[in-house]
Design a protein around this ligand. Sequence first.
Ligand SMILES: Nc1ncnc2c1ncn2[C@@H]1O[C@H](COP(=O)(O)OP(=O)(O)OP(=O)(O)O)[C@@H](O)[C@H]1O
Ligand SMILES: [Mg+2]
Length: 214
Amino acid sequence: MQPLLEAIKISHAFDYPLFSNISLLLYPKQSVAIVGVSGSGKSTLLHILATLLKPQSGVVKVFGQEIYQKDQKRLLKIRREKIGIVFQSHYLFKGFSAYENIEVASLLTKQPIDEELIERFGIAKVMQKRVTELSGGEQQRVSIARVLTKRPRIIFADEPTGNLDKKTATEVMDVVFDYIKEHNSALFLVTHDMQLARLCDSVYRLENEKLILL
Ligand SMILES: Nc1ncnc2c1ncn2[C@@H]1O[C@H](COP(=O)(O)OP(=O)(O)OP(=O)(O)O)[C@@H](O)[C@H]1O
Ligand SMILES: [Mg+2]
């Protein structure tokens, strides 16, 4: 089976080296969690794997294709159609309602809005509210619903449940796990919550510039 995502000997540094020569494979229906102290480079790694940041060295393949060899237009197409990113600070369109935010994803990718998903996320009753009127946890759930609406093959989620209580977090993540099983997709999750990380197929800690399998 071809991996959905392949990272080969990735290295990156900002003010100091974050990681060097790390490799990772992600197969359909598979979920991987990354933990590590603040500043260890988890979000940077996520951005590199999610088509947003070219690593200083190494190769990233999505569906067998080297993404950073592609021109911006092709890269954007892959990002738009195949990849879903839940950012650490959620980037919803502030002047829009929750529904309109999800509608944008639906229009861009020509995928229908899944009402059941919205129901399962417990956000049906706030769909007409403006983003600025939502609680932090509601915003977070709208961002995840928006990402799933695109029907991505790979979901990158950076601390997606940081604003949620344990029960809601588990419910939301159950929807995401069901999604990847149903759609042959994969999940790359960054979290500080070890209990949540343990729900993934494998857990790595980013430490001393390496990924350590826990
Ligand atoms: N665009 C950038 N320019 C310069 N330095 C950056 C940039 N992005 C991140 N850094 C630095 O790289 C380091 C790792 O940042 P990163 O956001 O990857 O950490 P993290 O593991 O996600 O931390 P947290 O758990 O706090 O989210 C930090 O020291 C940060 O200041
Ligand atoms: Mg981070």
